[in-house]
Write a protein that binds this ligand. Structure first.
Ligand SMILES: O=C(O)CCC(=O)C(=O)O
Ligand SMILES: [Fe+2]
Length: 205
């Protein structure tokens, strides 16, 4: 009981995330997905603060002879850059503590995406810039705002699956996931704002 009281108190004092005990799903081919619902503390405040304070950028991509806007706003906090909310700093440290024995390193960068409504999305891809194309790694996502679906499908065909990412939820893609699966956040008919923060180790994008 004393132990529980201490945990509770330290959580209150630091405003830090609760204990990490995600549920793991084996996706096959060496890939896995960890999910822990409602893990991020201060999720309402994180949403409001990030919408206001992150220097959001529009990503543009060349497509044939046109430049098209990618439908979502982005900003990536690189190594050493202070994160825009203390709950995110605490989350990154807690994720490092939990996953370092398995990952062999800590999370270093934080990619932020702002899906303004149901029309914002990200197409099928793997995070294969850098080491993710050749090595097992992890991408840890915390979500705030309206729930959106993370869809996953094996490269080369096979059944796809999806997991809902709700307010304060943690979803971690691990093992071979970036090179054996693709993921996407599909458009939906109607949704309010959602922010995603993806923690990645060094040289994974
Ligand atoms: O919105 C998300 O949570 C996923 C974003 C994503 O896959 C990416 O930016 O690489
Ligand atoms: Fe991704």
């Amino acid at each position: 009981m004393q132990f529980q009281a201490d945990l509770f108190e330290s959580g209150l004092q630091t405003g830090g995330p609760g204990p990490l005990a995600p549920d793991r799903t084996d996706l096959g081919r060496g890939a896995w997905l960890d999910v822990q619902r409602a893990w991020l503390p201060d999720a309402d405040d994180v949403l409001a603060t990030l919408v206001r304070d992150v220097p959001w950028r529009i990503e543009r991509r060349e497509m044939y002879d046109r430049i098209v806007d990618i439908p979502r706003l982005l900003y990536t906090y690189m190594i050493g850059e202070e994160l825009p909310h203390p709950a995110l700093t605490a989350a990154r440290e807690a994720l490092g503590d939990h996953y370092e024995p398995e990952l062999g390193e800590r999370f270093r960068t934080a990619g932020c995406c702002y899906y303004r409504d149901g029309r914002d999305s990200v197409a099928w891809h793997g995070d294969t810039i850098g080491r993710g194309s050749t090595h097992d790694t992890m991408v840890a996502i915390v979500s705030v705002g309206d729930p959106r679906r993370l869809a996953l499908r094996p490269r080369g065909g096979g059944e796809s699956l999806s997991v809902e990412m709700g307010h304060g939820d943690l979803v971690v893609m691990g093992g071979t996931c970036q090179r054996t699966f693709e993921h996407a956040v599909p458009k939906v008919a109607s949704a309010g704002p959602r922010l995603s923060v993806q923690f990645r180790p060094f040289n994974v994008f």
